[in-house]
Design a protein. Structure first.
Length: 274
């Protein structure tokens, strides 16, 4: 994984050709090649008591994400993520650190974002996005999780929890995390509830080992929501709603990113998580 990060850093200095090379290095077909490296790092770090909340501002650099008039998704996401970091740090949770995947307007591949989260054995992951549609009436908030995780991720979880490699696991973390954040956003912003959605097609949140979600806060293409996004106060409201939802879930799980994983054994009988 260190190798991947070094590739990532060199990409930014070396232009479009290397960006393309970087994308090739991190595309899904190569995913299997970097997970074993993560496993080695995790073994070294598994005693680390610190829990990380990894905040990912969607898009960046040449990837602006959605845009509408003067609003660019990559800028809004970065602004919100920095405000969320401030609020989470102000909550002064013991043994909790906040990590950003990007601090400025730079491009990261999806797998570089995954790698930041999977560097830590104890991480909660939130990717922040804004929605857009050619239908300007489309509005509201939706939050994604991915369940079940791919086998390679479930195998990592079993290793970390010292479970038998064959034991099936029930993982409710993503759905609960998504519900916690979605509920606060909809209630506090008064947005249309487009629901908590399970989507295994997205690299994020699918390939993150910890509880992981992707939030589409509001529609920048919607007349009413787009207009509000020009207001610093509304951006603050989005950030404080996100941080409240994140904190609710982190506290509810007892600061434990494994809370919500249940090994299944003997048919459908549920056994307590080890
Ligand atoms: Zn996006």
């Amino acid at each position: 994984m260190k190798l991947l990060m070094q590739n990532g850093l060199s990409i930014f200095g070396a232009g479009l050709f290397l960006i393309c090379m970087g994308m090739m290095l991190t595309r899904p077909s190569n995913f299997a090649s970097y997970v074993p490296e993560i496993a080695v790092e995790l073994e070294a770090r598994v005693e680390d008591p610190t829990v990380r909340i990894v905040l990912d501002a969607g898009h960046g650099g040449h990837d602006g994400g959605s845009s509408y008039v003067a609003l660019r998704e990559k800028d809004l996401a970065l602004k919100v993520v920095k405000l969320v970091r401030g609020r989470l740090e102000a909550a002064r949770l013991e043994n909790v650190e906040v990590v950003l995947t990007r601090e400025d307007d730079r491009y990261l591949t999806l797998h570089q974002r995954v790698a930041v989260a999977n560097r830590y054995p104890k991480a909660f992951f939130v990717s922040v996005h804004f929605n857009a549609s050619k239908h300007r009436s489309a509005s509201g908030t939706e939050t994604y999780h991915a369940n079940p995780k791919p086998n390679i991720i479930e195998n990592q979880l079993r290793r970390q929890l010292q479970l038998d490699p064959d034991v099936p696991i029930l993982d409710t973390r993503g759905e609960r995390f998504a519900r916690s954040v979605q509920d606060v956003l909809v209630r506090r912003l008064g947005t249309r509830d487009r629901g908590v959605r399970n989507n295994r097609k997205f690299v994020l949140p699918r390939e993150v080992i910890g509880p992981s979600i992707l939030v589409e806060c509001v529609f920048l293409s919607n007349q009413s929501e787009g207009l509000k996004l020009h207001s610093a106060r509304y951006i603050e409201d989005i950030a404080s709603s996100l941080s409240e939802g994140i904190l609710n879930y982190v506290k509810e799980s007892g600061n434990d990113p494994y809370d919500g994983i249940t090994p299944l054994s003997g048919g459908d009988e549920l056994l307590p998580a080890g």
